[in-house]
Write a new protein. Structure first.
Length: 593
């Protein structure tokens, strides 16, 4: 059977619906595969049997190669394998079995679904008691493009110590599972040849399987691919998706797309490593993509860098993208080098993920085909560091408006400059900026609704601490409540009512936290918290500048618990407050007798 399909390319920019249409073309339809499944029973119906120790040939469908009643080819049949002098077994007809059993002491077999023929396993599945790996090959005729197929249906399992070398097509239906199998989906090996395809449908699962999708082996060939449809899940599977090894070849991919029946395909708790390509100047990194109502679940998604940048926003690095109405769940996303996370094609206003880390590239879209998109980070409460670049644009286009929101109890550290323009919101946890150049939060404004904005980096946009209606919004100059430093804001800083400036003094250094801002407003009800840590004697007359106001205008307002000229005591020292200290308009604390 020839399988018509196309590769799901990176040029997915026309509309969210194009993701689904291309994904459906990637594999034969569920209906077509089910028709094949139903047709197998009529091919050559026999009964359960055991492969002979000395069969005449390696043809599964020759009765003389089995004990009486063979060959197994029916929905209630079991094919049993023991020790044999012919261990290469191939189909010559469409074949269906309830299960395949490898008994203790069985030889290491290789069972091949030959081009044009389908092996359907529709009951128990594969049981391997041999203690050694049993191999399955799904073959292709490179001259005609016809492929073999293996189908798991109902509750069938792919078993343990099983290895599937796929250059054709594999599908899972019902509640079937890849279990603990190992699966290699090869890229095409001839010019313009398709790579292997695999599909999980209905409620099937990748289980604890190990999967490798390779890129096309020669120029013009596509890579191997896996699709998750309906309510299928990647389970606890481990996936490696490789870029193309040669110029002009396609890349490996894994795609989650709702279709056919109602449901939400999910990446589950899978671990996905998406590798870039060694090929310079090509769109050839591996991909993991989410479309329509799919979700990244609680997966770990790792996009590694590739050879170079071409064009500048993607290049040959691994790619993770969200399109249509897909969601990020609590997924842990890691991008390195020119590896990419791209949410510019998602039609929802917000894509929420568990966490972001690494040194790679994040694209937020903005004012392009899909409007301004927000990336919300922190849903898994992890503390991570991102040293890459967050920016507008991406596959969905756009030149402005992408924004970032920090949620969850964890800490997100932004250690390098970014250029996104839609602003930053802190809603929970800690956002720490430690960049030395540019702006860690892009060019837009920063709003702290709840949680802590801290660090010793640089922020370009105006910063507002608090909403004026609730407490819990804090700004802290330094890395933590024991490590003060200078936080630089190149625009205005506003403290609203019920917000807090947490100022840390480390006596051992001695250094106090300092905020540098271009104009400071302190509204009524904002408070000042002094954290005095370490040991050491402070010399009378020592001055700590805790707000360096670089505007020519004075600080507007005072903290409710820190009036101008007042003196407070901490750890045996007295500190006098001045809102006209420094060069005349700074907030200073001076050690006095």
């Amino acid at each position: 059977m020839k399988i018509p399909r196309t590769s799901l390319h990176r040029s997915l920019v026309a509309s969210p619906s194009s993701l689904l249409s291309r994904a459906r073309a990637f594999l034969p339809s569920a209906a077509a595969i089910l028709m094949l499944l139903l047709s197998t029973a009529s091919s050559s119906y026999a009964g359960s049997a055991t492969w002979l120790a000395s069969p005449a040939t390696g043809d599964w469908n020759t009765a003389g190669n089995w004990t009486a009643g063979g060959p197994p080819n029916g929905s209630t049949d079991t094919a049993t394998f023991e020790s044999s002098n012919i261990i290469g077994v191939s189909l010559s007809l469409n074949t269906e079995v309830n299960g395949i059993v490898f008994n203790a002491g069985a030889s290491a077999f290789t069972i091949t679904a030959s081009p044009m023929f389908v092996l359907t396993i529709s009951g128990v599945g594969i049981t391997n008691n041999s203690g050694i790996t049993q191999n399955f090959v799904i073959a292709v005729d490179s001259d005609t493009g016809t492929v073999g197929q293996i189908i798991f249906a109902n509750s069938a399992t792919a078993g343990s110590l099983t290895a599937f070398n796929n250059v054709g097509s594999m599908s899972f239906f019902g509640s079937s599972t890849a279990a603990n199998g190992t699966f290699t989906n090869n890229g095409g090996s001839a010019g313009f040849a398709f790579g292997a395809s695999m599909a999980f449908n209905e409620t099937s699962t990748a289980g604890n399987g190990t999967f490798t999708n390779d890129g096309g082996a020669v120029s013009g060939a596509t890579g191997g691919g896996i699709q998750f449809f309906d309510s299928s899940t990647a389970g606890n599977g481990t996936f490696t998706i490789n870029g193309a090894p040669v110029s002009g070849a396609g890349f490996g991919g894994v795609f989650f797309v709702h279709s056919y029946i109602a449901g939400t395909p999910t990446a589950g708790d899978g671990i996905f490593t998406i590798n870039g390509s060694a090929v310079s100047g090509e769109f050839t990194g591996g991909e993991v993509g989410f479309g329509e109502s799919s979700t990244a679940g609680n997966a770990t998604l790792i996009a590694n860098g590739g050879a170079d940048f071409f064009p500048p926003f993607r290049g040959a690095g691994g790619l993770i993208f969200f399109a249509g109405g897909s969601t990020g769940g609590t997924a842990r996303v890691e991008v390195f080098g020119n590896g990419v996370l791209d949410i510019s094609q998602d039609t929802f206003a917000t894509v929420t993920i568990g966490s972001i880390e690494g040194s790679g590239l994040v694209f937020l879209g903005g004012n392009g085909s899909f409007g301004a998109t927000n990336l919300t980070v922190g849903n898994n409460n992890l503390s991570t560091t991102f040293s890459g670049k967050i920016q507008d644009g991406g596959n969905g286009g756009g030149t402005g408006g992408g924004s970032l929101t920090k949620i969850g109890r964890g800490k997100l550290t932004l250690s390098k400059a970014s250029t996104y323009t839609g602003g930053t919101t802190v809603s929970n946890g800690t956002l720490l900026v430690t960049n030395r150049t540019g702006s860690a939060t892009g060019t837009g404004a920063v709003q702290v609704n709840k949680g802590t904005l801290g660090g010793l980096g640089i922020i370009t946009g105006a910063v507002t601490v608090g909403t004026g209606h609730s407490s819990g919004a804090i700004v802290l100059a330094g890395k933590s409540a024991t490590a003060p430093g200078i936080l630089t804001i190149n625009s205005a800083l506003t403290f609203t009512s019920r917000s807090t400036y947490q100022c840390v003094l480390n006596r051992r250094t001695p250094i106090a936290g300092e905020i540098t801002a271009l104009g400071v407003t302190i509204n009524s009800g904002a408070s000042f918290t002094f954290v005095d840590v370490g040991t050491g004697t402070l010399t009378v007359g020592t001055v700590f500048t805790v707000i360096n106001n670089t505007s020519a205008n004075p600080v507007f307002g005072t903290f409710s618990n820190l009036s101008d000229g007042s003196v407070f005591t901490s750890n045996g020292n007295n500190f006098q407050v001045s809102y006209t200290g420094g060069d005349g308009n700074d907030l200073t604390l001076t050690v006095v007798p």
